[in-house]
Write a protein that binds this ligand. Structure first.
Ligand SMILES: Cc1cc2nc3c(=O)[nH]c(=O)nc-3n(C[C@H](O)[C@H](O)[C@H](O)COP(=O)(O)OP(=O)(O)OC[C@H]3O[C@@H](n4cnc5c(N)ncnc54)[C@H](O)[C@@H]3O)c2cc1C
Length: 457
């Protein structure tokens, strides 16, 4: 993943230099913390999560707190577009926008083989466009859409394709199964102390207009970065030692019931430096009010969902069953994570004296004490971290659920790969943006190797 990165440090940040890349296409930099984040970091340390500044880049610490570099440079977000625009402009790539891929064109290759020879897409005006592949087709529609593209191409579970009148080209039952995501739970608090959070920069009076103008003019201020603050990983072994569900769950040797080794975190915490989040969080603190959150994120969920075809119509959106919290152990671990997060804020050395109560004020979760207290809260408030993955899972030839092999090649069809988060057989502990770039970089190297070209080091 460091291959994609061009990291720029900051004087205050103790970077793990070998863990970063310096000549990739994506600019990254550490985030300057708001005062509330400095206080939460102090609380995390006092509650047994030692500071390890660049732990989210070196990846060797499952229990501590630190800083997460952002894909931002000079006040602008860096994205996949940076690989092919500006100084990285290429003359061997054509981008067709407003083109919706219907299916991969698959033809016979010899007596019993199949080969992907192109792609059929529907353009904005409804016309059908067919692109011919000189060498290969790579599907990168993401975890919600790649399985549908394969399905419409006749690749998937035979009985499901038949329901939509699609002739089966390759009977691959794993397509669209194994949907994974990370669930997060926002826990908001109110503080009366001004100057700690960033709410005054967005919600108070005319502040948002000024903040927006500052970003437009100078690419500085609140909108020049992400509103998340400090991050932490945690193991929960000792906290779950009294859980009957945890203790009685089956496990492999050297693994916990979620399938994690002791060197892998069970959960992540991260914080917001003001109120906000997905659209359901609409109780904005206006003048004189300030709020912040600690967010608990469950790693290695046991629950699984599915992505299926709604119809053979290429424009039909997929049927997604996220399967969230269908495994009771996911609820149990996430509830324990929330309990720990609340203890950090309410008892930790940095924050215990600055919290007025829960936000919005009619809530009282700051008083929750037991795991059982948190279970209904988790069920009501858990929401996606947008880390969908796993629906075209990589696996061994002998694995009937695998969709692609270790070179990302779709089983049963030559010249066809999938390269996006759908290929993850198991969702890693972390966020998915950099792994998505990592999968792209690795796919590029594998494609080059297949065709005798040199990979970029
Ligand atoms: C709101 C949000 C916030 C996020 N924040 C973070 C974050 O802070 N940090 C982090 O690490 N990760 C974050 N993520 C997760 C990260 O962005 C994703 O995991 C990553 O983008 C997945 O990459 P992908 O290539 O698998 O799929 P995608 O990025 O989803 O790419 C798939 C592309 O295929 C296109 N497509 C789909 N079907 C078709 C079709 N039939 N024809 C043509 N095109 C098609 C889609 O439009 C899309 O552009 C966030 C995600 C979301 C949605």
């Amino acid at each position: 993943m460091s291959k994609a990165e061009s990291f720029t440090g900051k004087p205050w940040f103790d970077a793990s230099k070998d863990s970063h890349g310096y000549d990739g296409h994506l600019g990254t930099e550490p985030h300057d913390l708001a005062p509330i984040s400095e206080l939460i970091m102090k609380s995390m340390e006092s509650k047994g999560l030692p500071l390890d500044p660049d732990m989210f880049s070196h990846g060797a610490n499952p229990h501590g707190c630190g800083h997460v570099p952002r894909t931002v440079t000079n006040g602008l977000r860096t994205t996949g577009a940076d690989f092919i625009t500006g100084k990285n402009q290429k003359n061997n790539i054509t981008i067709l926008t407003d083109a919706h891929v219907d299916k991969v064109v698959i033809e016979k290759d010899g007596d019993d083989g199949l080969r992907a020879t192109g792609v059929r897409a529907v353009l904005a005006d409804g016309t059908v466009f067919e692109a011919k592949a000189k060498k290969e087709v790579v599907v990168s529609g993401g975890a919600y859409c790649s399985p549908n593209i394969l399905n419409r191409s006749g690749i998937g579970a035979k009985e499901e394709l038949e329901k939509h009148g699609i002739p089966t080209v390759v009977d691959l039952p794993g397509v669209g199964k194994n949907l994974m995501d990370h669930l997060i739970v926002f826990i908001f608090y109110e503080t009366e102390k001004p100057g700690l959070t960033n709410d005054h920069l967005v919600y108070h009076g005319d502040a948002f207009n000024k903040t927006y103008q500052l970003w437009k003019d100078e690419k500085k201020g609140f909108l020049s970065t992400f509103p998340f603050g400090v991050f932490a990983f945690a193991r929960l072994d000792s906290r779950l030692a009294d859980s009957q569900l945890w203790n009685s769950a089956p496990r492999r040797a050297g693994r916990d019931p979620m399938g994690l080794t002791p060197s892998q975190p069970n959960i992540e915490f991260f914080t917001t430096e003001c109120y906000g989040g997905p659209k359901q969080f609409d109780k904005f603190p206006t003048d004189g009010k300030f709020a912040f959150s600690i967010i608990a994120e469950l790693f290695r969920p046991r629950s699984r969902g599915t992505v299926a075809l709604r119809s053979a119509d290429p424009m039909a959106v997929p049927v997604v069953d996220c399967g969230y919290l269908t495994d009771p152990l996911d609820v149990e671990v996430l509830a324990e994570a929330c309990r720990f997060g609340n203890e950090i804020v309410m008892e930790g050395a940095g924050t215990r004296d600055i919290v007025k109560g829960s936000w919005p004020p009619e809530e009282s979760h700051q008083k929750f004490a037991t795991r059982e207290d948190w279970i209904p809260y988790v069920k009501d408030n858990a929401t996606t971290c947008y880390h969908a993955s796993g629906t075209c899972a990589m696996g061994k030839a002998s694995d009937p659920k695998a969709v692609v092999d270790e070179h990302l090649r779709v089983k049963g069809v030559k010249g066809l790969r999938v390269a996006d988060c759908s290929i993850m057989p198991i969702l890693h502990g972390g966020h998915t943006q950099m792994p998505a770039y990592g999968i792209g970089e690795k796919a590029a190297d594998m494609i080059k190797a297949s065709w005798g070209l040199k990979a970029r080091s």
